[in-house]
Design a protein around this ligand. Structure first.
Ligand code: G3I
Length: 387
């Protein structure tokens, strides 16, 4: 049953235990037998890709885009990382430096120091520049709650959008105009999150934002971006339905919205990923005349054993499963990972794996070397139909 498997005893034991515990899958794969499951992430499994082309080159060869989120600090402080980023990424998304908290020292001023640095870097490296994000409930500056009220909120919002979008007009590929406006658990019939913007301006804040962004940069692709849309689980299903209804409402009003951003923050241990369910959702979004971008993909490998091979392959499997499904869809125009290297991932600040090992969610390892996840993404891009 286990012939040709080069598993060490620890790996076999772990899989024996987890399979008995009913985990039953890795990366969403429903394996028919323990042998298949063990083979899937044993040391004998490796993810490969033809040639040495970068992810940026492989995406471009198919008429797709690939890039990553990055902070000014990481690019400016590490020349080796800087070189890797320029080589692998055709799109740069500021992970932090275009958010209100860093752009807005106070209600009457803007500080574009780091955002300009990133915009210039992207231009010099002939990369696309993605704006993230104009309207969000998180990372608002401390003065916001004290100085923004129902009488000035619309003016504050319009001034922000007009000033920021005009500054990069003509360079920005796409803007995450509104981020994470849906939250099922807030209990509203329209599924909207109870954000400061909703409280200040009502549900129309979303349309107001998109119309202001379109006026400031008619060429930019305007995106609604959200997470928790990926797996076969009641909350994701409810959220997919609420997002579709929001997009339908916006389109019915003629709102200038062009794409949905699916963040795709995934778990290596997921047992609920069902590609056909995700593809069905992507097709329903496309039927509204919208494009789709995978905007923030990473695969958290907490709750897995410390074995580096098992963890690396479990992460790679999720990238493979997810991207080989969605990249077949013509409406999907690109993939961004939320970071490029395990050395710079928000997940490291978001709680260590139970095993205490550092989290490893991204295509390059801590030393900027390509790893199984990179090969899984490369292979999915290579196999995607050309646009
Ligand atoms: O730069 C300051 C530093 O000067 C200061 O000393 C330090 C003190 O805490 O904060 C630093 O800023 C942090 C910033 O990341 C840059 O590192 C903020 O506190 C921290 O809140 C911020 O976290 C970011 C988070 O969004 C909130 O904006 C993460 O890096 C970023 O990965 C995460 O990204 C979000 C997307 O925007 C939306 N989708 C979900 C995704 C993950 O949460």
């Amino acid at each position: 049953m286990f012939k040709n498997l080069r598993l060490n005893r620890r790996q076999a034991l772990w899989f024996g235990l987890t399979t008995l515990a009913g985990m039953g899958t890795i990366g969403g794969h429903k394996f028919s037998s323990l042998a298949q499951q063990i083979a899937a992430v044993s040391s004998s499994t490796n993810f490969t890709a033809v040639g040495t082309n970068s992810l940026r080159q492989r995406a471009a060869a198919k008429g797709l885009i690939y890039g990553a989120a990055v902070r000014h600090k990481s690019l400016a402080s590490n020349p080796t990382f800087n070189k890797s980023f320029a080589n692998e990424c055709g799109v740069l998304v500021p992970e932090w430096d275009l958010k209100w908290a860093t752009l807005r020292p106070d209600i009457n001023s803007f500080d574009f120091t780091y955002a300009d640095w990133l915009a210039n870097y992207a231009r010099n490296q002939k990369m696309l520049f993605r704006g993230h994000t104009l309207v969000w409930h998180d990372s608002l500056p401390a003065w916001f709650g004290q100085k923004v009220n129902q009488s000035n909120a619309k003016q504050v919002l319009l001034k922000h959008i007009e000033t920021v979008v005009r500054r990069y007009a003509g360079q920005i590929h796409s803007w995450d105009v509104v981020n994470e406006a849906i939250n099922i658990k807030d209990g509203r019939s329209d599924g909207l999150r109870n954000t400061p913007w909703l409280k200040l301006l009502g549900p129309d804040y979303i349309e107001i934002a998109f119309r202001a962004a379109a006026k400031a940069d008619p060429k930019a692709l305007l995106v609604y971006n959200d997470y928790g849309l990926d797996v076969d689980y009641w909350e994701d299903e409810a959220k997919r339905s609420a997002v579709l209804k929001l997009l339908e409402r916006l389109k019915s009003k003629g709102t200038p919205i062009h794409a949905l951003g699916i963040q795709a923050h995934m778990e290596a241990r997921t047992t609920r990923f069902n590609p056909s369910r995700l593809v069905e959702f992507v097709r329903r979004v496309a039927k509204l005349g919208l494009k789709v971008m995978i905007t923030e993909m990473d695969v958290r490998d907490t709750n897995l054993p410390n074995d580096p091979v098992i963890r690396a392959n479990a992460v790679a499997y999720v990238y493979k499963d997810y991207l080989s499904a969605v990249l077949k869809e013509p409406s999907v125009i690109g993939v961004m990972t939320w970071g490029l290297s395990d050395r710079y991932t928000w997940l490291a600040e978001d709680g260590q794996p139970l095993t205490g090992a550092p989290v490893k969610p991204l295509p390059l390892d801590y030393d900027f070397k390509r790893k199984s996840a990179w090969y899984a993404i490369a292979s999915a891009l290579d196999q995607a139909p050309k646009r």
